[in-house]
Ligand binder design. Structure first.
Ligand code: GRG
Length: 304
């Protein structure tokens, strides 16, 4: 196992344990006798499924590359990104959005719990992300100004200038021919913005200046664009069993992705270009780049 594979394996374990402990602490498991499930059951269903946990891992790596090694202190912030991400997956799969019945190798939330509960589980996860990263039991050693900066990073990335905006253009463009710039814009919003905020948060929490934070945000933006372009390639070349989600859902929805717009070969070149641009920003910061070089290779060569 290489250094990054080991890092990811350990990081995932810490993140999953932290999330589990947080829900035990919160006791959101009230169940009326006529209900089979609690709200927490529905939240944890998607949240704890096996996934790459790449957004929290990227936050941990960003902070560590700048010399902040105490992972335990970073876990509330890193884990909160997985809550935001899981909410977006639940809502993305809804009948009124991508209408998918498979996620992370299992039936989607609305298939298991019904549509109303899936919407509520997503809503609750989004709010819980901010409960988690502002819980004073977890964060007392950080300057409150930094916490406000993180709230600003994550809420901007999640909302009307980020994920939700990207999703808005995405679902309102089914059946439309979008040019390259528009597809790039959607990808930047719906996928890259949260990854960019993970990088920026790592730089903020490790006590760096605005210039470094900004370079980390740009670095994350480009690796996020590459991440979505790889996702689009896998939507054409991947299979359901390995992806754990419906392969080609975009084509089923009559949605033109980057890979379908410019072809597989040009998309692969574009991924290389995004990765190069990302590294150029990282190199301006004086951060340790070794693990990120491995990360970029891992994200580019992934099969799910
Ligand atoms: C507000 C109702 C409402 C819906 C919004 C914000 C949103 C729903 C959706 C965001 C769009 C979205 C889901 C983009 C997909 C990005 C992406 C490539 C997801 C897959 O991420 P991975 O590969 O998945 O990291 P795992 O399962 O490994 O965590």
């Amino acid at each position: 196992m290489n250094d990054l594979a080991l890092y990811i394996e350990n990081g995932k374990k810490l993140i999953d344990e932290f999330i589990k402990a947080h829900f035990i602490k919160k006791h959101y498991d009230k169940k009326f006798p006529h209900n089979k499930f609690s709200l927490a059951d529905a939240m944890l269903y998607t949240l704890t499924m096996p996934g790459k946990r790449i957004r929290p891992i990227i936050l941990l790596l960003s902070a560590e590359s700048l010399g902040f090694y105490d992972k335990k202190k970073l876990l509330p912030f890193a884990s909160s990104l997985e809550l935001i991400h899981s909410y977006s997956l639940i809502h993305d799969d809804l009948p009124s959005m991508d209408n998918d019945d498979l996620r992370r190798g299992k039936p989607t939330s609305h298939i298991v719990f019904g549509e109303a509960t899936a919407i509520l589980a997503g809503d609750a996860l989004l709010a819980e992300a901010f409960v988690m990263l502002s819980d004073k039991d977890y964060i007392e050693e950080f300057d409150p100004v930094k916490i406000i900066e993180i709230v600003s990073e994550f809420s901007c990335a999640a909302g009307a200038g980020g994920l939700v905006e990207g999703q808005f253009h995405d679902v309102n463009s089914f059946g439309e021919h979008l040019d390259f710039e528009k597809i790039e814009y959607i990808n930047e919003k719906k996928t890259a913005s949260l990854i960019a905020s993970a990088c920026a948060a790592g730089a903020i929490l490790s006590g760096n200046d605005e210039k470094t934070v900004s370079e980390f945000r740009k670095f994350g933006g480009y690796i996020g664009m590459a991440f979505q372009a790889v996702d689009d390639v896998l939507g054409i070349t991947g299979n359901k069993e390995i992806l754990g989600k419906t392969a080609g859902i975009d084509r089923i929805n009559n949605k033109l992705t980057m890979a379908e717009n410019i072809g597989l070969e040009r998309t692969r070149k574009l991924i290389e270009e995004y990765n190069k641009k990302a590294m150029a920003h990282l190199e301006k910061t004086g951060a340790e780049t070794g693990m990120f070089i491995e990360l970029i290779k891992y994200l580019t060569d992934r099969i799910n």
